[in-house]
Design a protein around this ligand. Structure first.
Ligand code: C2E
Ligand code: CA
Ligand code: CA
Length: 770
């Protein structure tokens, strides 16, 4: 309940009670006044009506009846009238409703002096005029019994007084003061009837009171509203302030206190508003700052992520660079060394055997020089690919501890590769794998449109037999590889301690090589080329040797590549050319017949100066040009075909013979071949070695022989060691054979006997035909 309602209710209650009290008081007063007035009127009427006194005295019933009617007519509230004589005997009774039934006058007047009136109120069962509702409201019908004595100035006991006399006596006022009661008038006045009489005026009072209450109510409501509205607004305002939704100032009119509160609240609100706007600004600034900081952070985060990615990339790259060969993606020397170390430790712990194969490509340098580095790189990639494939298929002979330690193929640099076979059952298994590697590599590969055949030389070292650490194992395999190369390339060799004798120090070698010619350490060895039909030596190949002061006879594979690298090959080659020509002349002077000599020409030395030098040497030596044959490698032709052909043409003009050496190992292109002014073709030793073992090689050799024939070139098969090889090659149509079967390269002195006519005929005839 609001304060206003409470106040209104209180005021209504008060005015209601007040109206009720006023109404009740007024009603009571009205009633009393009406009653008293009636009682007074009746008393006055009874006392001042001589006709009544006389009729009582005379007991004149007719007069009494009319007098009784007159009194009764005074008020409708008079329900009963009885007239009695002094003894109480009833003279007349009028009681139409019966409200005074059974009441005796004497009983009513007991104890009352005969001259006094009496007044007694008694409840009644009967309600006058049937005003039952009103009577019930008033708490039942009550009848006021009024008895009034009827006086007489004449003593009633005096007899014989006539009515006229009695009248006269009454008219004499001098007789006043001596009164006598001669009878009684009994009136029954109904209280209900009295109330009914004043009811209209009471209703009016009630209506006025109600109107008053209503007016009070309205006024109270308005007053309380005017008091509580500011309070309500204050409460609302407080509420709004609490919830923070107040914007405008409070405009309140009211009592002083309320105005004071309002101005107080206004000042609080002003403060709050200032505070709020400050907070709003702060909040805005803060959110701007937070936004900016968030942006910065996310930017930082992104930068950081990028940096992390970059670092990871770099790390991976570094790792790759550190551990993997960029060209072939094979493990590099570092990873190889680390992993081999681990494998050796494991092998030692488990008492196992391990093989390290050192693989070097034959003539790779030539291909690189002639086709360019890009082609060389492509070739190395293919080699790496083939080696990996081949090793993967060779799992039968080697097991891997786990994938982590599986290093199998690595590239140490240049054209050097290594293959590790772990948990080897027996050392011989390594040879099987080596053979497979060779077979896989010699399959022709197409590089830049050229079909190339590449051959490897493989050295095998066994742990723990040959060495028990990475360094020594690697050195042993390297040494074995050198010996394989020396033994004629495209081959594999197991390491043996006897190989150690020819250890070379490269740096020392370099310095020594530079002085080799002036120190006259260079030698030319000659290997005969035998005509299989006659058994005659139809030519010799001059092969250079280096008679080193300490190391003894150094084979060409150890110093020719070095000389090419150091730019010494031109000088060496020139020396060889001169020496060869001079030697032939010297032999002829001794009466020995040597139709021609072949001299090897390095691609590095093949230029115009060389052509001039050839002409010069021939002239100086006095040798007919066609006694000199120059062995060019296939790669010479690829360098720059037009220049090469021009140089070759110049050489042909001089009159020297031209031969293609190591045919089949570089690239072979018939179109080029047919454009070169060639005289001879030398089938490479690598095809000859495996004739009996490799069907492929046999086919190739046969094809090369057939091709030489069709191109009208003389064919020389070199590196022939066995009777089987000899038989196969001659059967296929080869006529000129060079190889250990007849003779290794020898010194000039040792060559002389072989130059006798038909020197080898006997040996040839001894070879059984199939
Ligand atoms: P090449 O021109 O292919 O020489 C043939 C090689 O095969 C020679 O090796 C020879 O000793 C070897 N050989 C011949 N028959 C047999 C045989 O039946 N079995 C075996 N296992 N080997 C045989 P050498 O003398 O060690 O020469 C190696 C290479 O060095 C030559 O290969 C040639 O490319 C180069 N070379 C030698 N002398 C010279 C030279 O004066 N100038 C240039 N530029 N290179 C030279
Ligand atoms: Ca040669
Ligand atoms: Ca050769």
């Amino acid at each position: 309940m609001t304060v206003a309602n409470k106040i209104s209710s209180l005021i209504v209650a008060i005015t209601l009670v007040a109206g009720l009290l006023v109404s009740m008081y007024t009603a009571q007063r009205e009633y009393r006044a009406a009653r008293d007035n009636l009682l007074r009127t009746t008393a006055f009427a009874v006392a001042n009506t001589p006709r009544l006194q006389l009729a009582v005295y005379n007991r004149n019933l007719a007069t009494l009846r009319s007098e009784a009617d007159e009194i009764k007519a005074l008020s409708p509230a008079i329900g009963y009238i009885g007239i009695h004589d002094i003894a109480g005997k009833s003279l007349l009774q009028k009681d139409p409703s019966g409200i005074a039934q059974g009441l005796s006058l004497l009983k009513l007047r007991r104890g009352v002096s005969p001259l006094d009136p009496s007044l007694t109120s008694l409840p009644s069962e009967i309600v006058l005029d049937n005003r039952v509702t009103l009577a019930l409201l008033l708490g039942g019908e009550v009848v006021i019994h009024q008895t009034l004595p009827v006086y007489s100035l004449i003593k009633p006991t005096e007899g014989g007084i006539s009515v006229e006399e009695f009248g006269r006596e009454l008219a004499r006022s001098s007789l006043e003061g001596s009164r006598h009661a001669i009878g009684y008038v009994h009136l029954g006045i109904s209280r209900t009837a009295l109330w009914a009489q004043i009811l209209p005026s009471l209703l009016l009072v009630g209506a006025i009171s109600l109107a008053f209450v209503i007016i009070c109510l309205v006024i109270a409501h308005r007053i309380t509203r005017s008091i509580t509205r500011p309070l309500e607004r204050l409460a609302q305002l407080a509420n709004d302030i609490g919830s923070g939704s107040v914007n405008s100032n409070l405009d309140l009119h009211g009592s002083n206190e309320i105005s004071e509160i309002a101005s107080l609240l206004n000042s609080i609100m002003g403060g709050l508003k200032n505070y709020k706007s400050k907070i709003d600004v702060d909040h805005h600034l803060l959110s701007l700052k937070v936004e900016e900081r968030t942006r910065q952070l996310s930017r930082r985060n992104e930068e950081l992520n990028e940096a992390v990615r970059e670092v990871t990339r770099t790390k991976n790259r570094l790792r790759e660079m550190a551990y993997f060969d960029s060209l072939t993606a094979l493990p590099n020397r570092r990873l190889f060394t680390e992993q081999l170390n681990l494998l050796i430790r494991l092998a030692r712990r488990h008492d196992q055997t391990l093989a390290l194969m050192f693989l070097d490509l034959d003539n790779f340098k030539r291909i690189n020089d002639s086709l360019g580095h890009a082609a060389g790189d492509l070739l190395l990639k293919q080699v790496a690919h083939r080696l990996s494939d081949c090793v993967r298929e060779s799992d039968v002979v080697a097991h891997y501890v786990d994938s982590e330690t599986r290093i199998d193929v690595s590239r140490l640099g240049g054209d050097e590769f290594t293959v590790v076979l772990n948990q080897l059952e027996q050392p011989e298994s390594a040879g099987l794998v080596a053979r497979r590697l060779i077979e896989s590599l010699v399959q022709p590969m197409t590089i830049d449109g050229h079909e190339l055949v590449i051959t490897p030389s493989i050295g095998i070292a066994i742990f723990p037999r040959d060495a028990d650490n990475v360094e020594d194992l690697l050195r042993a395999a390297d040494t074995a590889m050198y010996h394989a190369k020396q033994g004629g390339k495209n081959n594999y060799l197991y390491y043996g301690s006897e190989m150690e004798a020819s250890g070379l120090d490269r740096l020392q070698l370099e310095t020594d090589l530079r002085r080799a010619i002036e120190r006259e350490e260079m030698r030319l060895y000659y290997q005969p080329q035998v005509d299989t039909v006659t058994g005659n030596v139809i030519g010799v190949e001059a092969l250079m040797r280096w008679q080193h002061g300490e190391m003894g006879l150094v084979p060409p594979f150890k110093f020719i590549p070095l000389a090419e690298e150091l730019g010494l090959i031109g000088e060496l080659g020139s020396w060889a050319l001169e020496e060869a020509c001079n030697n032939v002349i010297a032999l002829r002077k001794q009466g020995l017949k040597l139709p021609r000599v072949s001299v090897n020409v390095s691609p590095v030395q093949f230029n115009e100066a060389f052509v001039n030098r050839v002409a010069e040497v021939l002239q100086e030596a006095g040798l007919e040009p066609n006694a000199l044959q120059l062995e060019l490698t296939e790669s010479i032709a690829m360098d720059d075909a037009t220049t090469t052909i021009a140089l070759m043409d110049s050489l042909k003009e001089i009159g020297v013979r031209l031969s293609i050496d190591d045919f089949g190992t570089g690239y072979s292109s018939l179109s080029y071949l047919s454009r070169f002014p060639l005289d001879e073709l030398k089938i490479d030793r690598s095809f000859v070695i495996d004739l009996d073992k490799s069907e492929n090689n046999a086919k190739l050799a046969a094809a090369i022989i057939a091709m030489a024939r069709s191109l009208n070139l003389e064919l020389v098969a070199e590196g022939v060691e066995s009777v089987d090889q000899y038989r196969f090659l001659t059967h296929e149509g080869a006529k000129i054979i060079q190889g250990y079967l007849f003779s290794p390269p020898v010194e000039l002195e040792d060559l002389k006997p072989m130059l006798d006519p038909f020197h080898f005929a006997q040996q040839i005839q001894a070879i059984p035909r199939e």
